[in-house]
Design a protein around this ligand. Structure first.
Ligand SMILES: C[S@@+](CC[C@H](N)C(=O)[O-])C[C@H]1O[C@@H](n2cnc3c(N)ncnc32)[C@H](O)[C@@H]1O
Length: 296
């Protein structure tokens, strides 16, 4: 029986892949629209790490004035930059695909130095002028894009000596929850409607992320990996956190019967993510600041 289910699962997976039923930008847009009102739970928890990649002193010292906040979400990075930099020549462009995320950013940022663009990030990059930006920030969004295309576009639109500031999840993050979704997909393949490939876009390690950029002659300014546990008293609280922060954005589109699946996920959290009477999940991510070579 299990063998038959596994075969069914792999066939279904390949079939959905071949016909292109893959969770993509429209689905992420919908899911981020849904979490926009609760996304603050994410920024509140993650700001101490995001702050590490801001490196305001680099922008000041090197007079970097053309800045891009790529996939800006509710604008945490843009807001920090604008409130810490008083240079009137600063020009910050904040781009995102989700109208509801960007609306929140717009309502919180009232600064004529900032302009917002509601657009798919890749289309935005492809239409940008070469060597326009001094600095690009991308907070928790790089894996939503094709890795090769995004690194190439970042390189193209960045000036020589320009810097890229990244914080992003890496392989091995949310390990327990990925297993839960994988097992649920395997246990009833007929319920799978679309497949998710974001897991394949995550860098394996800081070394691999570094290599993606080293190929385009970037040097490393700083690089580090964090793996931390997020703990809750109940399985529902853990699930709500994952859902409301966008940490599992996209998963809401995998199955055709989503309500039943949500209950099943919570049951599995209760069974498998319990530790010392708490429910916990790991969150693993990389912080990187890289510089484009003056010769490239
Ligand atoms: C985890 S949030 C990060 C938001 C913000 N950078 C931060 O650090 O808080 C991911 C963001 O990526 C955006 N996003 C996902 N796919 C996108 C795409 N194709 N183009 C532009 N933005 C996209 C989502 O709408 C969401 O706002």
């Amino acid at each position: 029986m299990n063998v038959l289910k596994s075969i069914h699962f792999y066939f279904k997976f390949i079939y959905l892949f071949l016909i292109g039923r893959i969770i993509g930008k429209e689905e992420y847009k919908e899911e981020y629209n849904e979490v926009s009102k609760t996304y603050l739970r994410w920024t509140e928890r993650m700001k101490k790490y995001t702050d590490e990649i801001l490196r305001i002193e680099l922008l000041e010292k090197e007079n970097k004035v053309n800045v891009l906040d790529f996939a800006c979400g509710t604008g945490y990075i843009a807001k920090c930059l604008l409130s810490n930099l008083d240079d009137p020549d600063l020009s910050l462009t904040a781009v995102d695909i989700s109208d509801e995320m960007i609306e929140i950013a717009q309502s919180e940022i009232n600064d004529s130095r900032c302009s917002f663009v509601l657009q798919d990030g890749m289309s935005f990059l492809e239409n940008e002028t070469a060597e326009k930006y001094d600095t690009i920030y991308c907070g928790f969004a790089l894996p939503y894009f094709n890795r090769r295309k995004i690194v190439k576009q970042f390189t193209r639109i960045l000036k020589r000596n320009g810097t890229v500031h990244l914080i992003l999840n890496c392989r091995g993050t949310l390990e327990g929850i990925s297993k839960i979704y994988f097992n649920l997909m395997k246990s009833d393949p007929s319920l799978i409607d679309k497949i998710m490939e974001i897991g394949f876009s995550l860098p394996k390690s800081e070394k691999s992320l570094n290599a993606w950029f080293a190929k385009y002659r970037f040097d490393t300014i700083s690089l580090k990996t964090v793996n931390e546990w997020v703990m809750f008293d109940t399985p529902n609280e853990l699930y709500d956190w994952l859902k409301q922060t966008g940490a599992i954005a996209g998963t809401g589109k995998i199955f055709s019967e989503n309500k039943e699946i949500e209950d099943a996920v919570i049951d599995k959290i209760e069974e498998s993510l319990v530790y010392d009477r708490q429910y916990r999940i790991n969150h693993k991510f990389i912080l990187a600041v890289l510089r484009k070579s003056p010769q490239s």
